[in-house]
Design a protein around this ligand. Structure first.
Ligand SMILES: [Zn+2]
Length: 386
C-alpha cells in the first residue's frame, strides 16, 4: 500500500494534464445546505409531481457504503429489498471540520440541516443547539419514534433528539429524551437511564410521564402487548445490544411494530420515524466482512418490513441512506458470489459519496448529487413545511 501511494505520487503529476477549471458561483449556504430558494423549488416540484407524504421513515445504515450493500446483496443470493427503490441519489457526507465525518456530525446533518464538527450532537459548529426534524415534527403534532441496534443514546439516534457538544455525554443525551414527547423508542443503553452517576432514575421518570417502559430483562420484545393509548419505550440491552449473528433479533419486529404503532398514534397528522442499523459500522471498524454482511442483511429485512407498510399505506416516504462508509471496504479479484474475497483500507470511516434510496410520495426529491444536509431540507420540503 505504501509502495503504491509512493509510486502514484510520482506518476500522477506527469500523467494528468495540469488543467484547472473554475466553478461558477451559485446560491448555496455557507454550511453547504440548500438555500431557501432551492427548497421553494423543491416544494413546487413536489407539488407538480403529486402527493406529499403523510409519514417519513428515515432508515440509516451506519457505515453502509456501496460495497457494504454489494456484499450484503451477493451474500443474500444476489437480492435485497433495497432493489425495490425507484429513486437513487448520492450525498456528500463530509463534516464541517473534517472531510471524513463521524456518525454524530453525519446524523446531525440529516436531523438539523447543518454541517457541524465530528462529535457534535444536534448542535452547530458554535455548539449552539439546532432544532431537529423530530422535535419539529413533535411541535407540529406528528407522532415520532427512534429505533437503533446500538444504545439509544449513541450518536445517530441521539442527534435527532439531544443537543450536546460531545457525543460521549451519554447521560446528558438520555436526559434529553424526557424533553420531547417522542411516542416510541427502542434500543440499548438502559444503564444510562436507570443507573446514572447523578442518581436520577429516568426509567421511572419516563413511566411517570405516562410511557409504558419495558426491557429485555422484563420481557422478550415479541412477547409484549403494547397499548396504543400509551407511549412506548423498550430497552433491548443494558449497554450495547448484541450483533445479530450472536442472537440479537429485534430490529425487524421492532420496525414492523413501530410503523403500525406510530400510524395508530398519529391519526391524520402523520409520523416521523428514524431506524438505524447501527452495527454495519462496527463490522467495518472491526474489518470483519461477515459482521458487515450479517448486519447489512438484517437491516435490509427491516427495510422490507417498512416497505410492506409503505406499499399498503401509500402515504409514506421511505428514505434509506448511511452517514458514511466504514473500513474502505472492497470486494477483491478472486471473489465469487458465494465467497467474497474482501479487503479494507482503514479501521475508520472514509469520505466516499453515500447512496440515498427513496420510495413513496416525495421520493423524486432524492435523485441527484447533493450535500448530506440537503436530506433534512428535502424531508421538510416533502412534508410541505415552510
Ligand atoms: Zn463508526
Amino acid at each position: 500500500m505504501k509502495y503504491l501511494s509512493f509510486l502514484l505520487l510520482f506518476i500522477l503529476p506527469y500523467s494528468c494534464n495540469q488543467k484547472t477549471t473554475t466553478i461558477k458561483d451559485r446560491p448555496i449556504n455557507e454550511d453547504g445546505s440548500h438555500t431557501t430558494e432551492d427548497v421553494r423549488n423543491m416544494n413546487r416540484w413536489s407539488m407538480q409531481t403529486g402527493k406529499k407524504p403523510k409519514n417519513i421513515v428515515l432508515m440509516i445504515g451506519d457505515g453502509m457504503g456501496i460495497t457494504q450493500i454489494t456484499a450484503g446483496m451477493y451474500a443474500n443470493k444476489n437480492k435485497l429489498y433495497l432493489e425495490k427503490f425507484p429513486v437513487i441519489g448520492l450525498h456528500k457526507c463530509y463534516a464541517s471540520n473534517k472531510l471524513v465525518t463521524d456518525s454524530a456530525a453525519g446524523a446531525t446533518a440529516f436531523a438539523c440541516g447543518v454541517k457541524t464538527y465530528n462529535g457534535a450532537i444536534g448542535v452547530n459548529p458554535d455548539t449552539v443547539a439546532v432544532k431537529t426534524i423530530l422535535e419539529e415534527a413533535e411541535q407540529k403534532g406528528l407522532a415520532t419514534g427512534l429505533i437503533a441496534t446500538s444504545t439509544i443514546v449513541h450518536a445517530t439516534p441521539a442527534s435527532f433528539i439531544a443537543h450536546v457538544k460531545q457525543r460521549k455525554m451519554y447521560e446528558d443525551i438520555a436526559a434529553d429524551f424526557l424533553k420531547t414527547d417522542i411516542e416510541l423508542f427502542i434500543g440499548g443503553g438502559k444503564k444510562y437511564f436507570d443507573r446514572r452517576k447523578d442518581g436520577k432514575n429516568l426509567y421511572k421518570a419516563l413511566q411517570s410521564k405516562g410511557y409504558a417502559v419495558s426491557d429485555y430483562f422484563q420481557s422478550d420484545f415479541t412477547k409484549l402487548t403494547p397499548s396504543y393509548n400509551q407511549n412506548f419505550v423498550y430497552f433491548t440491552a443494558d449497554d450495547d445490544p448484541l450483533p445479530v449473528a450472536q442472537g440479537r433479533d429485534y430490529l425487524v419486529p421492532a420496525s414492523d411494530f413501530a410503523v403500525d404503532f406510530l400510524d395508530q398514534k398519529a391519526g391524520e397528522d402523520g409520523f416521523f420515524l428514524m431506524i438505524e442499523g447501527s452495527q454495519i459500522d462496527w463490522g467495518g471498524h472491526a474489518n470483519k466482512s461477515d459482521y458487515i454482511v450479517s448486519e447489512m442483511i438484517d437491516f435490509d429485512r427491516a427495510i422490507g418490513a417498512v416497505l410492506d407498510f409503505a406499499e399498503q399505506d401509500g402515504e409514506t416516504l421511505v428514505i434509506v441512506t448511511a452517514d458514511h462508509e466504514t473500513g474502505g471496504f472492497a470486494i477483491q479479484p478472486g471473489s465469487t458470489m458465494d465467497s467474497l474475497v474482501t479487503a479494507f483500507t482503514s479501521d475508520y470511516h472514509t469520505a466516499d459519496l453515500i447512496p440515498v434510496f427513496a420510495y413513496g410520495p416525495g421520493a423524486e426529491l432524492f435523485g441527484g448529487i447533493y450535500e448530506n444536509t440537503a436530506i433534512y431540507n428535502k424531508m421538510r420540503a416533502a412534508y410541505g413545511w415552510e
